[in-house]
Design a protein around this ligand. Sequence first.
Ligand code: MGD
Ligand code: MGD
Ligand code: MO
Length: 773
Amino acid sequence: MRQKAKIETYDAPAGGWGSLNAVMHILTQEEVAVLGSEILLKQNKPGGFMCVSCSWAKPAEPRPFEFCENGAKATAWEITGKTVTPEFFAQHTLSELRSWSDHQLEELGRLTHPMRYDPASDKYVPVDWSEAFREIGRELNKLDPRSVIMYTSGRASLEASYMYQLFGRMYGTNNFPDSSNMCHETTSVALPPVIGSPVGTVLLGDFDHTDCIFFFGHNTTTNAPRMLHPLQEAAQRGVPIITFNPLRERGLERFVNPQSPVQMIAGGTRISSQYHQVRLGGDAAAILGICKWVIEADDRASKDGGPRLVDVDFLVQHTSGFDAFAAFCRDQDWSEIERASGLARSAMREAANTYMAANAVIANYGMGVTQHKHGVETAKMIVNLLLLRGNIGKPGAGISPIRGHSNVQGQRTVGISEKTRLVPLDKLAELYAFEPPRWDGLSTVDACEGILKGDVGGFVSLGGNFVRAIPEQSLMEPAWSGLRLSVQIATKLNRSHIVPAEVTYLLPCLGRIEIDEQQSGAQAVSMEDSTACIHGSRGQRRPVARDALSEPAIIAGLAKATLKPNPKVDWDAWVADYSRVREAIERTYPDQFKDYNKRMFEPGGFPRPLAARERKWKTPNGKANFTVPKSAFAPPQGTDGVYELMTMRADGQFNTTIYTEDDRFRGIQGSRYVVLMNSVDMEMDGLKPGDTVTLVTEAGDGVERSLSELQVVPYDIPRRTIAGYYPECNGLIPLWHYAEGSKVPAAKSVPVRLFKDVIPEMIEGGEVPISTG
Ligand SMILES: Nc1nc2c(c(=O)[nH]1)N[C@H]1C(S)=C(S)[C@@H](COP(=O)(O)OP(=O)(O)OC[C@H]3O[C@@H](n4cnc5c(=O)[nH]c(N)nc54)[C@H](O)[C@@H]3O)O[C@H]1N2
Ligand SMILES: Nc1nc2c(c(=O)[nH]1)N[C@H]1C(S)=C(S)[C@@H](COP(=O)(O)OP(=O)(O)OC[C@H]3O[C@@H](n4cnc5c(=O)[nH]c(N)nc54)[C@H](O)[C@@H]3O)O[C@H]1N2
Ligand SMILES: [Mo]
């Protein structure tokens, strides 16, 4: 039986005293109280270390405490005094550990020693680094490089990521799926053809000049809390913030800056001035509605000779496809738009009026856009909206996809990509005198398909928790035993480490907050934030695990053991002094990383040059392009008793890392096995708060995917939409259920049926279906 969740309405603002309490709690839990709090003062400051949590921009003039509640949790979690040692592994088989929860596994602390799996005892046993490298090198050389996956989670530095991709390509593979393949790959696919940049165009300073902010599908308070500071400042200036989210997120309503004594007493600032509870996956239709209002208002202005409501000069000079898009908008029927968006036309008019009154508009978005079947198209609709009034490439305006991991954007910048067209292969070939593979590699979903088919021989993981983050767990975990080799480079124990292949290694690495001593002294690393600014980061704390190596040292060790010596790549020299790696990155990308070593500690980071910011469009036709949506009108959801399930993050987690079982702002405590549900649906289905249900995926492919004992929680969410937590619900997502074009798993809309749980002894046949439509 699972623990019951305690449900309490959270009606305090986000931030405030609750945040301070949560920070104190995690510091104590992780046994880092005194030291931790000193280290927190260096978080996200020039010369200090860059937070290991989210990728939000770091200001040039930081606040005294430039960290948030969740950043503090992430720091405490990494510099914990707890360790998981060879003695621990001697006492536990992997079969036993597989019954532990995600929280229990990571809560054990930092991995201290390289380990090899011993199938006979079903345990990890200690191994020397040199032996581990040698054996992994030998195994890799026995495998076809095409059958080897080299996964990266978005935390590794630019230096480590560059070395990793070079190692992989010299070995012979382009199979570089990244956590981005489950995240903002939708953005990376959507934006290049329309604005010629795969990343956002907004800089932190733009928030000082904007006069309207849109938010689509991002839970900012929990997932990029430092962003609340510029938002709060903007809100105090009277800037409207228009939020689109099916779920009423408490944290997007009011915020108290825990660093401001006055606000702590006064009760904070409103964040969202309009809150539109759009239908799940209905954003493209909602934006279409807004665009239709703008275009029709402009048609009237044009007819009456009044001031135009679209930016005519910008449209003429910079864009292509406006006429077709405008015609499409005029043609659409309001009743269809209302049905598909779940919003009244008056709500869309309200948003359109605010949009038209603003001179500079920023549009932010997160996983509520990217993790949908039509996510690519929705991201393009956001661009359409911005282009109408020239809101890209001017101060205070732009598109702002809010990336997840702290360096996920940067990894793509330095060559972690399965798509060869995004990687300067010729340059790599020229610099290092080798012939890189020219075929496109496997994305995350492709890699999973390959593993299921038995085509994959080896899996190397630079961080992350692949088996837990992907869809289709019930098929994927058993398939893992078909792999010959699994190499896991990690800081903390997680599920991916205890699902073994034939040959399995667990290699402990230093975290970013730790002092990384190499031959030339303590090393710094760097990362790219969500606004394409590069920051240096210096470790601050002596490593807890004395046998752990840095990521660059581990990659170099693997590379030297696997590859034939190449006089053009001196792996040892790179490890001795990471500034040499940065020189190599600069040689590979001279425009992007000019004077890299000199500029990496510039306050606020140094911005990479992005043509779209200057209104130069690196698209095939040299213009910013409007797109006519093909699928803005998703079929009606929730018919025939099917619900649409979104899987999301709680306040007490970082992805698969579960700090606590609580979701403070949503008022849920003590359990993550819950389903948030509209109270009318509950009534129709005869459910009371606290009843438990089983979800069964409606896929029609013969695979059974279900999850039981989920406690029902009434919530302010649209009818026929339910919400549960990632990663607990991941087994419900079919592998083939992903965003068209980007293959990002459509984790935000999984069709499921809902059955009330009954105690099995009481009724024969187990469960009683109650979801009848
Ligand atoms: N503390 C903390 N910080 C994190 C993370 C973490 O786990 N914990 N994870 C990091 C990572 S890797 C990422 S990618 C980001 C993720 O940050 P988010 O993008 O905020 O991700 P989710 O928590 O999955 O929440 C998505 C939000 O989208 C809404 N939503 C769902 N479907 C729709 C829809 O159809 N339309 C609209 N408009 N909204 C919708 C949900 O209600 C929810 O509020 O955060 C990063 N930062
Ligand atoms: N259903 C559903 N599934 C999702 C999502 C969703 O919203 N819903 N979100 C998706 C998204 S946006 C993402 S980004 C992915 C995340 O997928 P991943 O990035 O693969 O997963 P994480 O949970 O971030 O990885 C945590 C592990 O990273 C390791 N680690 C931490 N720090 C370091 C370090 O410095 N170096 C190394 N080598 N290892 C380290 C630790 O061992 C820790 O256990 O999940 C995706 N999956
Ligand atoms: Mo992410």
